[in-house]
Design a protein around this ligand. Sequence first.
Ligand code: ZN
Length: 434
Amino acid sequence: MNKILIVNGNVVLFEEQEDFTLKTVVKNVDILVNDNKIVKIEKDILEQDAKVIDATGKIVMPGLINMHAHIPMSIFRELVDGCTLDKWLNEEIWPREDKLTPNDVYYSSMLSLIEACKTGTTLLNDQYFFTESSIKATHNLPLRYVVSRCLTGTNSPSNKRIDEWLEIYNNRNEDIDTNIYSVLSLHGLYTTDKEYLKLVSKLCNEYNLSLHMHFCENEKEQNDIKKMYKVKYPSEILEKYFQDINLILAHCVKLDKEDFSSLRGLRANVVYNPVSNLRLGCGIADIKNMLKNHINVCLGTDGQGSSSNLDMFEAMNFASLIQKGYYENPTILDASTIIQMATINGAKALKLDKKIGSIEVGKLADIIIVDTSKITLKPMNDILSNIVHNIKGSDVTHTIVNGQILMEDKKITVNLNQNDIIEKCNEIAKRISN
Ligand SMILES: [Zn+2]
């Protein structure tokens, strides 16, 4: 038996409207999970053999989908402050990353997986190296994990990074790793060249995989791309090399006006990382214009080096507040839209929306439960607004992934030595600083 009955919760659901857009609604219903799927959503479900979770007074919602992370970067949390992206990468991050070992990446990944699980994230779209170590970590705490080996560089004869990725991809075991998905990932257009882009494009087509990359994170990157490739606007390069490829573009903070219609014509999804973009002084992405152009926008945190944490509730709050303030318009990016960005839109970007991203009969059971008993949530006038603006990741009590309860009453259910993991990460942070 592996049945879970979640009783009497305020359940966040998406209802399709006549124009095929989704409306986020809340209903007081029960949810029955059988094995790894949601099989019933209705009032007063009677089921004999299920494990019952009483969600009275709590919020039950789809697991959050963090569409841009570098999970081993947990060790860089609050490492530097007041640094531009360029200086941060070149002087602070990359020299330290050169000192990392596969074992370091295992422990720093574990730390992030625990953090994500505890704050209600059920899927992480990751980009890093020593990828086998992160995969090993997800075997211990099986959140959904999108695996890729960050590709940078030029078309050198060895193409070492591509070979590494091919080895991981060809040795994957889809029967065991049901929570693991593959994409290709490129660090960015400014850390590669045309020949390498051709190669990556060929691989995407050959293996039918999406491409995840940083794109136009700040003005310098926007200008560098235009100069390097001699193009009028950065997306011209995407049009040329990645026309038919599903693109997951992190940031898109600084775009030319031509980029918006270009991205609309491409198979492009944008990942908005509001906290990281502010922290590195990159600017504010024009999300309003993206939505006007019907571009799928989802949410991410980026690594903890620039976002402090992986709390997707914080990302939701910042995403909404910044856009409202920037446009001096409180009506844009309402709570319904923001919640979809943090859930179903991420699933769409990964082409997994038929399977995950919402609480629906037939979908895989990725569900979180949020406690609402603390004083700052009283009275609960509007559940959706509270989710976006007032609830913190630390309010999550249960995290269920693929029908497996990974956190129950705020305790991780799988056997992990958290103190050991924290201690190891402290040691790594200290060692690579020297
Ligand atoms: Zn990033």
